[in-house]
Design a protein. Structure first.
Length: 367
């Protein structure tokens, strides 16, 4: 069953400086019950605006939204269900807790608004606190807690109403790296225990790929690609998706007589076959951690720089009149100035040249 359905949803804003901007355009999406689905994209791409329309905080300019098979926003019929009647839980980027309330009162607040019986409130708050590792801290105030504990309060308050859908808007971005990693596991654990559907909005690729059953990448208000994390990482449909999901090299190449040469060096081919139907100039896309750097086979070149980083050693190597990043496990194979060879398994090809949409992306961040 589809828990969340968006049909041709569009949102336009009018600003003094930029005029009318389509923040989200003709957005269609089906999210299954119990699925963790992430919206990934740069600032200004429309992901938070889409989340706010699902929540009911933003009206639609066009389109329809259904939750659990029931319409909650239909622009053509002027149908609008307010946020408090949509059965949603929400956790925001900021630690949205009330500083003058202790943990119990923070978590109990939505149940008190619903005028639930006191016994039911105590029971449901106790359950939510236990699942968020806050049991025994009912009388503690937020000012005495760490950022991670405050975000657990927000999670507990979101699940205490037993929502069918949880909307998470950059909930981990204000936490330190180690805490972010542990909170990812806690969110997935809560989802399994309470069986809610998650929409997770983030610009952090690692978070999206770690949490998601499926995900989409947005760019300038449009859905560029939808699929599993593995599908999007290994088979990006565009140069933009490739560059956004992990680190990327884009090497301009010339294709001459069926051979691929890096621009600036036609003395030796790269040893890979060009794509079918390719033109004379293309861009070769590679991941730094997939390039094979060795002493014997492949394109011969030279190491320009070497850096010992936390999780890998990174080499900057020359390739024609360009440079290339190569990342390997910590092995002291090459030093700056050494000769080396490169092999390129699983190459991906795009049109040569810079992305013409970069200027428009920058403009949209100003809206």
């Amino acid at each position: 069953m589809d828990q969340i359905v968006l049909n041709h949803v569009t949102k336009r804003f009018t600003t003094k400086t930029l005029g009318t901007v389509t923040a989200v355009g003709d957005f269609c999406l089906n999210v299954k019950e119990g699925e963790c689905f992430s919206f990934l994209g740069p600032s200004g791409c429309g992901k938070t605006t889409t989340l706010r329309m699902i929540a009911g905080f933003e009206d639609l300019s066009e389109g329809e939204i259904y939750l659990g098979g029931k319409p909650v926003s239909i622009r053509a019929k002027n149908l609008y269900v307010p946020p408090e009647e949509r059965g949603l839980g929400m956790v925001f980027q900021a630690f949205a807790v009330w500083p003058h309330m202790n943990i119990f009162d923070n978590v109990a607040f939505p149940l008190k608004v619903q005028k639930r019986p006191r016994a039911e409130i105590r029971e449901r708050v106790a359950k939510a606190l236990k699942h968020c590792s806050l049991d025994g801290m009912e009388n503690v105030f937020p000012s005495d807690l760490s950022g991670g504990q405050q975000q657990r309060i927000a999670l507990a308050r979101a699940i205490v109403t037993n929502p069918k859908v949880m909307l998470l808007d950059e909930p981990l971005s204000n936490l330190d790296p180690k805490l972010r990693e542990s909170m990812r596991f806690e969110i997935k654990k809560l989802q399994k225990e309470f069986n809610f559907t998650i929409i997770f909005v983030t610009h952090d690729q690692s978070e999206a790929m770690a949490l998601s059953d499926r995900m989409l990448v947005m760019d300038m208000g449009k859905v560029v690609q939808t699929g599993t994390p593995t599908e999007l990482y290994n088979k990006p449909v565009s140069r933009f998706v490739h560059s956004f999901l992990g680190q990327s090299n884009f090497t301009d190449v010339d294709i001459i007589d069926g051979r691929v040469y890096p621009k600036g060096d036609h003395s030796q081919p790269l040893g890979i076959a060009p794509p079918a139907g390719s033109v004379s100039a293309m861009a070769l896309a590679t991941r730094p951690n997939t390039i094979d750097i060795n002493h014997e086979e492949g394109y011969q070149t030279k190491v320009l720089k070497r850096a010992f980083l936390t999780d890998f050693t990174e080499y900057i190597v020359a390739i024609g009149n360009q440079t290339l990043r190569v990342q390997t496990p910590h092995r002291n194979m090459f030093r700056a100035g050494d000769s080396c060879h490169l092999r390129f398994p699983n190459p991906i090809w795009y049109e040569s040249g810079k992305d013409a949409a970069d200027a428009e992306r920058e403009r949209r961040t100003l809206v």
